[in-house]
Design a protein around this ligand. Structure first.
Ligand SMILES: Nc1ncnc2c1ncn2[C@@H]1O[C@H](COP(=O)(O)OP(=O)(O)OP(=O)(O)O)[C@@H](O)[C@H]1O
Length: 390
């Protein structure tokens, strides 16, 4: 029997509301409820200060819904959205204090100071993952996902252990880019990432039906992203490449604040408008103290596959100049090339299907730049460290 929203609300009627007045079902703290097959996802909104105290409510809600017939899987997250435009929360004096004094494993590296207190993301240091990097763009359609996929593959070709997380909840492209459409298996309550070309891959597109994520509000997005980070068995990775949602709105800012990022790669096309958006992208990461690993100019120029003629369709070179103006590294240019689009659309990004091609080499140089900056740059920032909370 398929579970319905009414069933879920009835079950939550037996769970006390976070403020103690009535039930969670009637509480304004309850977010929209997403149901996909037997999978139920919702969030309980709270303030970062109260998140620890509300863990029992979260668990009770999860247990109540899990007991319903037809429910195969439940995710309930505590989310603490700051109002748009408000200042980031002050850094905790000690990350240990922010974690309620939970002890870190002996011998662990001290955790990095976090730019802001995202309560539900306090466990978002991903066990075994050395660096999490964001691939972002100021606006959609500039080739962010294509760049993220090829960058991940190029890092893999350097001998690194690499994962790719598609956080673009409003239009996940990774299932198409890698022709992956099956649902991840669940083992010991952890989802197993899918695999392609040696990458571990997780996408919101594997988890929910097309269109579902598009209607999610901020807390739902954060719930889903939290789950993809903390409830996926990523294993040991040198780099987890995160394909971020496009834009520089509050959702992206929140994501950038709450995920412990080692750095960000900004993708832009050379047009003025895209560059203005890229500038906003850079500013957004700077605001939350995430180092800019560099800017990539995508669709930089067009190279005719027949005659070899090169045309600067959009006034090539703008991103390099912009990077210079902003004091950000310039990582490289990727041409507008039919082979790149064909590979992306056919489920085999160019670095996988033609690794020795000129275009794949361009991605390889960008990957080298990224890895160099991750390992040698950004003084003062330690890699993400792991605290297991459950
Ligand atoms: N360098 C390139 N040469 C040719 N086509 C490209 C290139 N980069 C991306 N594309 C194509 O452009 C389209 C958009 O790319 P992609 O989905 O990567 O963009 P995006 O910025 O992630 O978009 P969105 O934000 O809407 O998800 C795709 O069809 C992709 O194949």
């Amino acid at each position: 029997m398929a579970v319905t929203e009414d069933d879920v609300r009835r079950a939550l009627g037996a769970v006390p509301a976070p403020d103690g007045a009535g039930s969670l079902a009637e509480s304004t703290a309850l977010s929209a409820i997403s149901i996909s097959g037997g999978r139920v996802i919702f969030a309980i909104e709270t303030s970062p200060e109260r998140a620890g105290a509300l863990e029992s409510v979260r668990k009770a809600a999860e247990a109540a819904v899990r007991a319903l017939p037809g429910v195969s899987d439940v995710l309930v997250a505590l989310t603490a959205d700051r109002p748009a435009g408000s200042a980031p929360a002050p850094r905790p004096a000690s990350p240990m204090a922010a974690r309620g004094g939970r002890a870190a494993p002996p011998g662990a590296t001290p955790p990095p100071a976090r730019p802001a207190g995202g309560a539900e993301m306090r466990g978002a240091g991903v066990p075994g993952v050395r660096h999490i990097i964001a691939v972002a763009s100021g606006k959609g359609g500039v080739g962010k996902s294509t760049t993220a996929a090829n960058l991940a593959l190029a890092l893999k070709r350097q001998g690194l252990r690499v994962g790719l997380m598609d956080a673009d909840v409003y239009g996940p492209s990774v299932p198409t880019l890698f022709a992956l459409h099956e649902k991840p298996e669940v083992e010991d309550k952890m989802m197993k990432p899918l695999q392609a070309h040696g990458l571990k891959i997780m996408s919101i597109g594997f988890l929910v039906d097309e269109g579902t994520a598009m209607i999610w509000r901020g807390p739902m997005v954060m719930s889903a992203l939290t789950q993809m980070l903390t409830e996926v068995s990523w294993g040991e990775l040198d780099v987890l490449v995160v394909d971020m949602p496009p834009g520089t709105g509050d959702a992206q800012l929140t994501m950038a604040q709450r995920v412990r990022l080692s750095g960000a790669v900004i993708v832009s096309t050379p047009q003025d408008l895209a560059l203005a958006d890229a500038r906003r992208g850079v500013a957004m990461f700077q605001k939350v103290d995430v180092p800019i690993l560099g800017i990539v100019e995508n669709m930089s120029y067009y190279c005719c596959p027949n005659c070899g003629h090169r045309a600067d369709l959009f006034g090539h070179g703008g991103a390099r100049a912009e990077a210079q103006r902003m004091g950000a590294p310039f990582l490289g240019e990727i041409p507008l090339a039919i082979e790149i689009r064909e590979g992306a659309d056919a489920g085999a990004p160019i670095v996988a299907f033609a690794p020795d091609s000129e275009h794949a080499q361009a991605y390889a140089r960008i990957a080298e730049g990224v890895w160099t900056r991750l390992t040698k740059g950004a003084p003062g920032r330690t890699p993400p460290r792991i605290v297991i909370e459950r």
